[in-house]
Design a protein around this ligand. Structure first.
Ligand SMILES: [Zn+2]
Length: 486
């Protein structure tokens, strides 16, 4: 972006609410089922079928609103958004227009050491459309899979407060984090349960009037949102700088060609003719329910990071890595509390290091679910052995590798393989004596003042004890015995 223009960007995020069933029928919402196996007369829009609102979806939408600092309305309306498209069986989408469930809100977005408040206009409930599939096996043409039709979405609309692709990406990441930590969305971009549209325009710096905008549709990756917006800003700037005008249109990101391409222009834009759905009464939520959900809102990632830094003395970096997913944060905290590490910050730091270096590489994240290589209880038992000096860090890593491959506990592995550090002087003494007897030349060197040879003896004793001797005890014993014999 040159110095003459500024970009004005607003995002519409579509987040799937984590329900087992669709918004107005009992069909399952699970991903990946064979096409058209999760459908019924309601979500297929067959004549006479009546929608019944899913109470869980309404609750999750309100909980999302609370997490986004929105005004949550006890009463809101469902409306019909009318347009014709093959993926829309009823000829209209049930959405919200006037009086959405969540009104104005605000989130704080940080990137590159900067931070900014982005206003949310509204966050409303709506049903997802079906999916057009082009070419199925040997069958040509376009096919429609209605499994997605009627899946509950929350559409979060921001004010045009974003000024760069970088800010837009940071905002999108923040919204995903907030929804995941609130437990209402699984954040899965690949499966389409979190995606966005971006409205992009430019204007001369100092002008308050908005320029003509284009809408970038259905972006499902952080990288693409950034690339598509950067491309679009540059494209519009080139047009305006050369005296041409930006045409209001819908565009999509072509990842293969690294550019945005026009889908349709304003001329064939829809007039949605919104009106309240006569089949559905207003959505009513008891104010007491909203108050109760507010009271039980889970801790946000921001609050958790601040607590890890303030109370556990972790670095910002460690706190950020450990709050990258709600399950990772819970896992870390569970180990810390089992070790009572709150009272000893150096232990919390050791747990943080161990989880990052040994565990995270083996964690499988699938939406909000996570599979860990070993339970937090088992890892806590292992790290307790380090804490009480039974084994050292190096041995702990070796034991953990065995724990991942078997059901044995850390203690069983340590006992079976004799891995406990030997701090008992009598037990080490025999090994030290053997090493000294086997290397008379080096003993001579030590006594003639070349004390650096001590390291050699330590190495030999550690080797003889397969790393199990406590290095500090070995050092002390070696010094004492070398002096004693001289
Ligand atoms: Zn259905």
């Amino acid at each position: 972006m040159s110095g003459r223009f500024e970009a004005v960007i607003g995002l519409e995020v579509h987040a799937q609410l984590r329900t087992r069933t669709k918004l107005f029928c009992g069909c399952p919402t699970s991903y990946g089922a064979p096409p058209n196996t999760q459908v019924c007369p309601v979500c297929l829009g067959l004549p006479g079928a009546l929608p019944v609102p899913n109470r869980v979806a309404v609750e999750l939408a309100a909980r999302a609103g609370i997490a986004l600092s929105c005004e949550v309305r006890p009463s809101s309306r469902l409306a019909r958004k009318n347009y014709f498209y093959p993926d829309l069986p009823k000829g209209y989408q049930i959405s919200q227009f006037e009086g959405p469930i969540n009104g104005r809100g605000e989130v704080t977005v940080s990137w590159d050491g900067q931070s900014k408040n982005i206003r949310i206009t509204r966050a409303h409930l709506e049903e997802d459309a079906a999916k057009s599939v082009h070419g199925v096996g040997t069958a040509p043409g376009t096919h429609v899979d209605f499994n997605r039709a009627g899946v509950p979405l929350l559409e979060i609309v921001s004010e045009p407060d974003l000024r760069s692709a970088e800010e837009a990406e940071a905002y999108l990441k923040k919204i995903r984090e907030i929804l995941m930590f609130a437990g209402v969305n699984d954040g899965n971009l690949e499966e389409g349960s979190f995606r966005c549209d971006a409205n992009v325009s430019i204007r001369p710096i100092g002008q308050s009037e908005l320029g003509t905008r284009t809408e970038l549709k259905n972006i499902n990756s952080f990288r693409f949102v950034r690339q598509a917006i950067e491309y679009e800003i540059a494209r519009q700037e080139t047009l305006v700088s050369s005296g041409q005008t930006v045409i209001q249109q819908t565009r999509s990101w072509d990842a293969a060609r690294n550019q945005t391409v026009a889908l349709r222009s304003k001329e064939d834009a829809h007039d949605y003719r919104y009106f309240p759905d006569p089949d559905l009464p207003p959505l009513e939520i008891e104010p007491e329910s909203i108050a109760a959900w507010r009271a039980e809102t889970p801790e946000s990632a921001d609050a958790m990071r601040a607590r890890f830094v303030d109370q556990l003395n972790l670095t910002d970096y460690d706190a950020t890595v450990l709050t990258s997913h709600p399950e990772v944060a819970r896992y870390f905290e569970s180990i810390v509390s089992r070790l009572a590490a709150q009272s000893a910050p150096e232990t919390a730091k050791k747990v943080a290091n161990f989880v990052q270096s040994e565990v995270l590489g083996h964690v499988a994240l699938d939406g909000l679910d996570a599979t860990f290589p070993s339970s937090s209880e088992r890892v806590a038992e292992l790290l307790a052995l380090v804490q009480d000096g039974t084994i050292n860090n190096k041995i702990a890593k070796q034991v953990f590798a065995e724990m991942r491959a078997s059901q044995k506990t850390a203690r069983q592995i340590v006992e079976e393989q004799n891995l406990a550090q030997v701090t008992d002087v009598a037990a080490i003494e025999g090994e030290v004596r053997k090493v000294l007897d086997a290397h008379p030349q080096q003993v001579q060197q030590y006594r003639s003042g070349k004390t650096a040879v001590l390291g050699f003896f330590v190495g030999q004793v550690m080797k003889a004890t397969r790393g199990a001797a406590n290095p500090k005890a070995v050092n002390e014993l070696l010094r004492a015995m070398l002096q004693e014999q001289s």
